[in-house]
Design a binder for this molecule. Sequence first.
Ligand SMILES: Nc1nc2c(ncn2[C@@H]2O[C@H](COP(=O)(O)OP(=O)(O)OP(=O)(O)O)[C@@H](O)[C@H]2O)c(=O)[nH]1
Ligand SMILES: [Mg+2]
Length: 501
Amino acid sequence: VKQAEEIIFYMLRSIKPNGEEYTIVACATSVGRSGVAIVRISGPLVMQIAQHILLLSPGITLQPRYATVSSFVDRNGVIIDQGLALLFVAPNSFTGENILELHCHGSPVVIDCLIKRVVELGVVVARPGEFSERAFLNGRIDLAQAEAIADLIDASSMQAAHYAVRSLQGAFSQRVHELIEQVTRLRVSVEAAIDFADEEIELISPEHLRQELAQIAQSLLATQQAAQRGVLIRDGVSAVIVGKPNVGKSSLLNCLSGEESAIVTPLAGTTRDVLKVDVRLDGVALQLLDTAGLRDHNERDVDVVEREGVRRAWAEIARAQCILLVVDFTLEGQKKPLQLWQEYFAGRLRNAESEQHAGDLRIPPPTRENFIVIYNKVDLSQQAPSAEVIDDINCVYISARHHHGIDLLRAVLQQRAGGNQTDEGGFSARRRHLLALEQAQKHLEQAQNVVMKAVQKRQLVATELVAEELREVQQTLGEVTGEVTTEDLLGRIFSEFCIGK
Ligand SMILES: Nc1nc2c(ncn2[C@@H]2O[C@H](COP(=O)(O)OP(=O)(O)OP(=O)(O)O)[C@@H](O)[C@H]2O)c(=O)[nH]1
Ligand SMILES: [Mg+2]
């Protein structure tokens, strides 16, 4: 009987090599030794696998959604381990397919044996993210939610985790759906107007159209802003600490990270490599980069190592989200932020370097977001630690050596990293989503332009053009939730997931 079963089993398996409905397996918990591990199997072969691998006590049957104690056996009936079996029957499972979970002991050897046995029975080892991909393809979650799962797993701060959960629960998707709904409704009336264009009745007045578009634009903008914050919280902010040699950059890095990450010496030119440290500020993530002190390559005693360090520092400045410029208060304390920015990043210092190595350095003008000035070594003067805003730029007066004013700086950085705000309804988002929203906004603007022109010239609105733009808006919004996708996009998204998810 056993043999006959095996034959049928392999026949079943051979129906599917066309690549479509195969069953997958992976360890859903992290690999390594642990108390419990979960091997998850999803797909059409689940029931047969259960029959072959589970050895239940007499009189016990496997009931969906009930944890059942069972032994797990190999092909010869030898017990590999004992644990719990958990069955979910399609469509009420994470993937929407039948799922069997084997909760075994967290031994890499046991996990390996179980997976080998399952593979022997015709199952394929899952690609990274394949479970979530199936959940998406079977309509259990949309794309933004699937991405939120990965973001939750990868969350590097408490706030990032909170946001990811909200996206997983559909906070982001729902807003996008509402937008799509709004656009669709308008599109329907605009297209109706096209159909009846010959009949000389105005089905939709330009003014009405203008108002409707403005309303959509407003909702879109609100969603964009929330998504931007979501991206910020998800990705964290990277801030590069720069300044002349010996001003206390590495001391500051150590202060903020709470460890002696960087070497500090009284010698100018101590730091050469770019040092990256992840810092968590009360729930938000910040990546800090310490760099070599900026100086003219024309200056004496700059050796080849330091020169390379300075080149790398400029490269980091050019791609920084936020520049923390450290200056020695006793030397440059009187200079205002804009003057410093001018001198360092537009003037001589920058030119000296960019001519030499860094090529095309594009450093955007200073804003509250991308520039913070830190006046260090106030302990050597009468200046007390403090923080103020000058010309809309945050300035903080500190002593890195004595840890004075560091809390003030933390508060500024935390604000910059998106913390400190009420975040009711915040959700995680990705750059991909921002791009789609931006694209949608562009098309919406085009539609608004068409209508505006008609209103100004008192002409009929070119409804076909408006309809076309609205179609594009709908399409690009659909990319966020995955209503519109390409295989390529899905491949890229899910390949970033960890295996077993
Ligand atoms: N008095 C005083 N000295 C400081 C302060 N911060 C740093 N220093 C000292 O300044 C010297 C240089 O500090 P670093 O942190 O190595 O400076 P850096 O900017 O990283 O220097 P390079 O890596 O060489 O560019 C050390 O002797 C520090 O102890 C401060 O707030 N007050
Ligand atoms: Mg240093």
